[in-house]
Write a protein that binds this ligand. Structure first.
Ligand SMILES: [Zn+2]
Ligand SMILES: [Zn+2]
Length: 368
């Protein structure tokens, strides 16, 4: 591993006109000043993606190359670990909205991201998507509708993931099953008489199979955040990774970045399980036939590399009757999902209303 100059995540990005903090403008390749409108281009990366060789990182103890110290704040309420710019004055946890105390900022080491998927939609747009969704919700408490009007509750967050690449090779043994049909007689009763009929039944002819498969596994995506409340619904957790950019800390400006809480080692174990599932699929395809039995797979992964990547979501945190709710909007596609509270009273009165209608109908129809 050669030591390249490490890119600082905390370079101050100040406006040349007015000195205010520059923030990344979603959907562009620019940093913008919210105060005077000045904008500046984020230089295109020349280096491309940094796929890191996995083995040295799994074995490394202590500090590693391609890592650096960044400012972190840990939420005392929910444990979320978020990277913040030091010039932020007032902060709230993205997941639970608890206030964070700037004095608690501490330095932590992290493996530098190899790529980032920049936000494509801005906070205003995400908030609008959220608001329109809440408006259409049935049985939602009025308080939720009110809370959704506060754009401060919708925050842009870069969520950490690991991706793994590897060359897969496996030998296997199993059985190939081919379907065939036989005509089987059976008896049944028609008009009180017993008759004999025939029907087609499917059978499987099994033949032994063995062989080997190989191929490249590209970008197995593994979540690197332990946040329980932050479990991003599958509907939202779909990004177009073709649009990943080589990491540049400029894209983080103005957003919160979560540091991985699932270590590389654990992420790697997870990706191995995924590799086993992929191997199983490839083996079955290789065996062919209509159905397969897989007895043994001897899998080997080589040339393993990984990347730490950051993916964009908007999180809206909302507490209702002591329970926390999170809504998520995909920062690239705008897809939305989340758990929602129901209003007991709205449902109660609706049921009452239905009962009243039925009672009236029964009363009216009775006299006809
Ligand atoms: Zn400015
Ligand atoms: Zn929190």
């Amino acid at each position: 591993m050669q030591d390249k100059p490490v890119q600082k995540s905390e370079l101050k990005k100040s406006c040349v006109n007015c000195g205010a903090e520059l923030v990344y403008a979603p959907g562009t390749t620019q940093l913008e000043c919210d105060y005077c409108g000045h904008s500046q281009e984020i230089p295109a990366s020349e280096s491309g993606f940094e796929e890191l060789e996995l083995k040295p990182y799994l074995e490394a103890l202590g500090s590693q190359s391609h890592s650096e110290a960044i400012s972190m704040l840990t939420c005392k309420n929910c444990g979320a670990n978020q990277h913040v710019e030091e010039n932020y004055k007032s902060l709230h946890c993205v997941y639970c909205s608890s206030p964070l105390i700037v004095e608690d900022i501490h330095k932590e080491e992290w493996i530098l991201p190899g790529a980032v998927l920049p936000f494509q939609i801005n906070q205003g747009r995400a908030h609008l998507i959220f608001k329109q969704w809440v408006k259409k919700l049935w049985w939602a408490p009025n308080k939720l509708k009110k809370a959704s009007l506060d754009p401060q509750n919708t925050k842009g967050l870069y969520v950490p993931y690991w991706t793994f690449d590897a060359q897969l090779f496996a030998t296997y043994t199993g059985q190939r099953g081919d379907y065939y049909y036989v005509t089987v007689p059976y008896t049944t009763t028609v008009n009180g008489k017993t008759v004999t009929r025939t029907r087609q039944e499917r059978r499987t002819r099994w033949t032994p199979a063995s062989g080997s498969i190989s191929g490249f596994i590209d970008d197995t995506l593994i979540k690197a955040s332990k946040q329980r409340s932050g479990i991003i619904p599958t509907k939202v957790e779909r990004w177009n990774l073709k649009e990943l950019q080589p990491f540049d800390s400029s894209y983080l400006a103005g957003f919160v970045t979560e540091k991985y809480t699932i270590p590389l080692k654990e992420g790697h174990l997870e990706s191995n399980k995924e590799a086993e599932r992929i191997a199983d699929r490839w083996v079955r395809r290789d065996i062919g036939g209509d159905t397969q039995r897989v007895h043994s797979v001897n899998m080997k992964l080589t040339e393993e590399t990984f990347k730490h990547i950051l993916l964009p979501v908007f999180v809206s945190a909302y507490v209702f009757k002591g329970k926390r709710y999170n809504f998520f909007v995909n920062g690239q596609t705008g897809a939305l999902a989340g758990k929602r509270p129901y209003s007991f009273w709205k449902i109660f009165f609706f049921v009452l209303f239905i009962i009243a209608i039925i009672s009236i109908l029964v009363f009216v129809l009775k006299d006809q």
